[in-house]
Design a protein around this ligand. Structure first.
Ligand SMILES: *Cc1c(COP(=O)(O)O)cnc(C)c1O
Length: 390
């Protein structure tokens, strides 16, 4: 048989070697503490699970769902955007539920990118933006996110020729992996840039609800022109600890939403309805659980950031997201550093270079592990540092 050339474009998976090592160590019975995965350890709140179980018993939910999603879910999403951001959305035209936001992020590239087209992609960044560009036959142009620019892309430095060929601009705030946040004036600048160069913006925003110290991250759609040129991807995964249930949404520009809907309606048959019912419950009931989760992450953040700085890994305290982006000591590549922590301390972290070349020199640590594991991980890091210095 002959596989498509499309698949040859996917680069080898960078974490293969590290994952192999972790698996080997675990098979030998070693206890590895992992700061590597961005997947909430806290279960989905009880009231959401109760609704899911109840909906699972209803035969109406045993049949094919519609790609467009339940009208009640689209309305719940629109109401949530109104309440949370003061953004008014037409639930019929400007909202599309997704099988997790990753699904929509991957597929929207196919609605815009033809062979030879360019997508502007943050580096470091969530890999799906560049991979879906490649799969669609396009070329990612990487915009470096540097500490000097507070991990915001410098749109002015993008060459005119590239901006002219670009059809999509990807943004993601609060940011994975850097934990950086963006203010509305940055989104405003991005919207003007997009209008000037006739390109569309995809803002990936699964972390707007994971925020600390009273900070409340904005939505890109709060910018007045946003819905003329862009959509925002959102997700219930990180907000309500629902990564396993697979539900998210795209909201914003009606033409972009319709294009994504037309593409998807030929590939999938929607989201299991019981899960849509659970999502309605999550969005419309009390949001106390969100504040409770954030208080837990905030305590973990404070402990971990302190420990990392104590051992010489310079780390800023993120205002949002559950990631710490730590500068690794000189003399290591991020892969070497990750391997050393795994070998010597049985602690797994993610090498920054896994998110792009501009991630070199950093490691990402996630706060999504139980408190006792986090404490044990920190004491292993402190120990490792002590013995290294001897
Ligand atoms: C977790 C994550 C997603 C995907 O979330 P799902 O809705 O679970 O698919 C998208 N973008 C970023 C940056 C993420 O970290």
């Amino acid at each position: 048989m002959k596989l498509s050339h499309r698949l040859d474009k996917l680069p080898p998976y960078l974490f293969v070697e590290i994952n192999r090592k972790i698996a080997e160590k675990r098979a030998r019975g070693e206890d590895i503490i992992s700061f590597a995965t961005g997947d909430p350890d806290i279960p989905t709140p009880q009231h959401i699970i109760d609704q899911l179980c109840q909906a699972a018993h209803d035969p109406a939910n045993h049949r094919y769902p519609e790609t467009a999603g339940l009208p009640e879910l689209c309305q719940a999403i629109a109401r949530w955007y109104q309440k949370r951001f003061g953004v008014t959305l037409d639930p019929n035209k400007e909202v599309l539920p997704l099988i997790g936001s990753k699904e929509g992020i991957g597929h929207i590239s196919f609605c815009f990118i033809d062979p030879g087209d360019v997508a502007l992609v943050p580096d470091p960044g969530y890999p799906v933006y560049s991979m879906s560009t490649l799969l669609a036959g396009g070329e990612p142009y990487f915009m470096p996110l540097t500490e000097k620019n507070d991990f915001l892309p410098d749109l002015e430095t993008i060459p005119k020729k590239i901006a002219g060929k670009a059809k999509l601009l990807w943004l993601n705030y609060p940011n994975n992996p850097t934990g950086a946040v963006a203010k509305l004036d940055f989104f405003q600048k991005a919207a003007s840039f997009a209008k000037k160069h006739n390109l569309a913006i995809c803002h990936d925003a699964p972390y707007t609800e994971v925020a600390f110290d009273g900070y409340s991250p904005p939505s890109f759609l709060q910018v007045p022109e946003a819905r003329e040129i862009g959509v925002e991807f959102h997700s219930l995964s990180k907000t309500y600890n629902m990564t396993g249930w697979r539900i998210g949404m795209a909201v914003g520009n009606a033409r972009m939403i319709d294009a994504l809907f037309r593409f998807k309606s030929n590939l999938d048959s929607g989201i299991p309805q019981a899960i849509q019912r659970a999502a309605i419950e999550a969005l419309t009931s009390s949001q106390d659980c969100v504040a409770e989760h954030n208080a837990i992450y905030q305590r973990r953040r404070d402990k971990l950031v302190r420990a990392l700085n104590d051992i010489g890994l310079r780390a800023r305290s993120p205002k949002a997201s559950f990631y710490i982006w730590a500068r690794i000591p000189d003399g290591y590549t991020s892969i070497e550093f990750t391997a050393e922590l795994l070998d010597k301390a049985n602690v797994a972290v993610t090498p920054g270079v896994g998110y792009g070349n501009a991630g070199e020199g950093y490691a990402r640590l996630s706060l999504t592990l139980p408190d006792d594991r986090l404490d044990e991980g920190i004491s292993r890091l402190l120990n490792w540092n002590r013995t290294k210095r001897k």
